[in-house]
Write a new protein. Structure first.
Length: 212
């Protein structure tokens, strides 16, 4: 039987969200929902020399308007691309696989994308190809309050008070770049796992699902 799920778009999504690509046959990205601030839609979390670090893509603010996620534009008033890539490089340049994957990610911090959802989509394509994800991916054509499948919209959140228990996800420890300084930090951006474990990323994501 085909298993379907719907999720939100995310910037370099966390391990928890990427594990879903090995749990469901089809995943739909919601693009007609109302855009919410302080979510993984435009932020990711990495591990740097000083600990956990949030990287946030600034978006164009339109006062008084409730915008759909698909209509959110990226704000280039500040040089956030340079800052994000500098932070990512500093955090992972000594990781085992950073140099192997860096040329795939670097262009995203040079080219400008108009819409956040397009930026996230292209990044996901690169990640999926490097991990070996072949899950069927689609985008919603309208907002439906009830989804015919598993509804994971806003179920994966960076806000501590909004974190929802996920019985189908159990973080698996792996060696992180600064493991001599910090205890293992679970559920960081997928790039933390990819840059540290490379070809083992797929198997680790599957293991995150095995402890149900």
């Amino acid at each position: 039987m085909t298993q379907r799920a719907i999720v939100n778009t995310a910037y370099l999504a966390p391990v928890q969200l990427y594990s879903k690509f090995f749990l469901y046959n089809e995943i739909t990205i919601e693009q007609f929902d109302s855009y919410h601030k302080q979510t993984y839609r435009n932020r990711c979390r990495i591990l740097g020399a000083n600990g956990s670090l949030n990287l946030t893509i600034p978006v164009v603010k339109e006062s008084g308007k409730k915008l759909k996620t698909k209509d959110i534009r990226i704000d280039y008033a500040t040089n956030w691309q340079k800052n994000h890539w500098k932070s990512i490089s500093s955090a992972y340049n000594s990781s085992p696989f950073f140099e192997f994957y860096a040329e795939d990610f670097a262009p995203f911090y040079e080219k400008e994308f108009t819409f956040l959802i397009d930026f996230n989509h292209k990044l996901h394509q690169v990640i999926a190809e490097n991990i070996g994800i072949d899950t069927q991916l689609s985008y919603s054509s309208s907002f439906e309050k009830t989804f015919d499948g598993t509804d994971l919209r806003d179920k994966v959140s960076p806000k501590i008070n909004e974190k929802i228990a996920d019985p189908l996800f159990s973080p698996i420890r792996y060696t992180q770049t600064f493991d001599e300084k910090f205890d293992f930090v679970p559920n960081l951006s997928i790039i933390d796992l990819l840059f540290n474990k490379g070809p083992e990323t797929e198997s680790i994501l599957n293991l995150c699902l095995s402890k149900k």
